[in-house]
Design a protein around this ligand. Structure first.
Ligand SMILES: [Zn+2]
Length: 305
């Protein structure tokens, strides 16, 4: 069975495309991003290999946050071990419920602009650092946080580990980034499948069937090439249909992401006003307190009083 969603923009390759397989026993999300990545990176001058990490982390954050039904901000951060002398200190990506995304990376003091870091593994870059997912929900005082130690060669390896630890749901995923062939613009994409827990009443035959189905889905996922995932000329509906047409593909409402920072002069001013006058005097240079947003590089200036 193939259900088309009326406002599914098949001509649009970009966005977040949730779907179900196998009569909704498997939840999937396809993420394909181009112009959002371009806008996010335009404010910064990171080296290519840092841009790729940022782009892939944006795709993974979108995959994690897209089906959370509460209002809030979802943050995925990868940080290096404090004693590790690698090229990147940390990368942070935020996505809110409206699909506004922002991201930044902090290069480490050990970073050398002439060195080629492309062949380094995740652990070479960050050492025994951490991946932290935080959900800051609007109407709750406590935040939800999941932390895993960095593990594996790539972000995808580490994400697998993250899902195993935090959700304990069987998960298959791929994440890729590469410059587009037409204009060299960096694109990122991810495809994630998660097996939803079986009902308690399932018979052993049903369980066996589910197991077989899951293995089939994972092998289909394994056939997806980097080129297909990041091919701007291939519609997302088309891509999913091509991969999963025999798996009762059910497309859900797609979501778009927008590069937009949530910083504001008012909010920063309130934070500054909370400091005692003496501290504000210390912060000031030539009578002015200067604050630069790490995410969007917006430059705010305030008087001491
Ligand atoms: Zn900002």
């Amino acid at each position: 069975m193939f259900m088309a969603v009326s406002n599914f923009l098949s001509s649009t390759a970009e966005g977040v495309f949730p779907f179900y397989l196998d009569h909704a026993h498997v939840k999937g999300r396809l993420i394909r991003l181009g112009s959002v990545i371009e806008e996010l990176l335009a404010n910064h001058q990171y080296p290519d290999f840092v841009n790729q990490y940022v782009a892939e982390l944006v795709a993974l954050t979108a995959a994690l946050s897209v089906d959370v039904k509460y209002d809030g901000i979802f943050t995925l951060q990868v940080s290096a071990h404090p004693d590790h002398e690698g090229p990147i200190r940390l990368i942070t990506v935020d996505i809110n419920t409206q699909g506004h995304v922002r991201a930044y990376a902090q290069l480490a003091p050990a970073f050398e602009s002439t060195k080629d870091y492309h062949s380094l593994s995740l652990l070479d870059v960050f050492g025994q650092g951490f991946m932290v997912f935080t959900a800051d929900l609007a109407h709750q005082t406590e935040r939800y946080q999941a932390i895993v130690e960095l593990t594996g060669k790539t972000l995808a390896d580490c994400m697998h580990h993250f899902f195993r630890q935090s959700d304990q749901i069987a998960t298959g995923l791929v994440v890729f980034s590469q410059p587009s062939r037409s204009d060299g613009q960096l694109m990122a994409g991810a495809l994630i499948l998660q097996r939803l827990p079986l009902e308690q009443t399932s018979t052993s035959e049903q369980k066996e069937q589910e197991e077989d189905d899951w293995i089939t889905n994972l092998s289909l996922l394994g056939t997806l090439t980097k080129h297909e995932l990041l091919d701007a000329d291939l519609g997302s509906e088309q891509l999913l249909h091509r991969l999963f047409h025999e798996r009762q593909l059910q497309l859900l409402e797609p979501k778009s992401l927008k590069a937009q920072c949530s910083c504001s002069k008012d909010r920063i001013e309130k934070v500054i006003q909370n400091f005692p006058l003496e501290d504000r005097m210390d912060m000031a240079v030539d009578g002015e307190i200067k604050v630069v947003c790490e995410f969007c590089t917006a430059d705010y200036r305030f008087g001491v009083n």
